[in-house]
Design a protein. Structure first.
Length: 163
């Protein structure tokens, strides 16, 4: 009888062990499913965050483009206003100096130059000035480099403290 009880106890032990293994397997499976679900949620959240960041970046780039366009228009308007002012100053110089004598001749020359410069600024704006400067540098590269070096030297000399 003792042997039968041992067999029953041993058999019950195996059954309990099998149940424990099964429960552990189910728990592991549930944990795996929960972890996979969490990973999927994190992936979705990261994807959403990346999409939002991409949208925000595109919106910021668009706003920056609009701001640059606005500033370009304002700069062209300011350049045009300066040109108009130069032409007005040319008229004032002509009125004040007259046409007679050395002062009249000099005044007329200055007025003519101011008027031509003002007209150029009104018509071309900053973009036209940039295009003309680029073309001039392409046609005369060596003098442009020498001029750049000279201006750089003068700026450096002006900014360097003297002892």
């Amino acid at each position: 009888m003792a042997t039968a009880q041992k067999d029953l106890h041993h058999h019950g032990s195996n059954n309990l062990g099998d149940q424990t293994k099964e429960m552990a397997s189910e728990t592991a499976s549930r944990a795996k499913n929960i972890a996979e679900g969490a990973v999927d949620k994190v992936k979705d959240m990261a994807s959403d965050a990346a999409g939002k960041a991409r949208d925000m970046g595109a919106a910021a780039a668009h706003k920056a483009g609009e701001a640059a366009n606005f500033m370009g228009k304002k700069a062209d308007e300011a350049t045009s206003a300066v040109g108009s002012g130069m032409k007005s100053l040319a008229g004032t110089i002509r009125d004040k100096t007259g046409n007679a004598g050395v002062v009249g001749t000099a005044g007329s020359a200055v007025a003519h130059t101011l008027e031509a410069g003002g007209r150029y600024l009104e018509e071309q704006g900053l973009s036209g000035i940039g295009d003309d400067l680029t073309n001039m540098i392409r046609r005369n590269p060596i003098p442009a480099v020498l001029l750049g070096v000279g201006v750089g030297f003068l700026v450096a000399r002006a900014l360097t403290p003297r002892s």
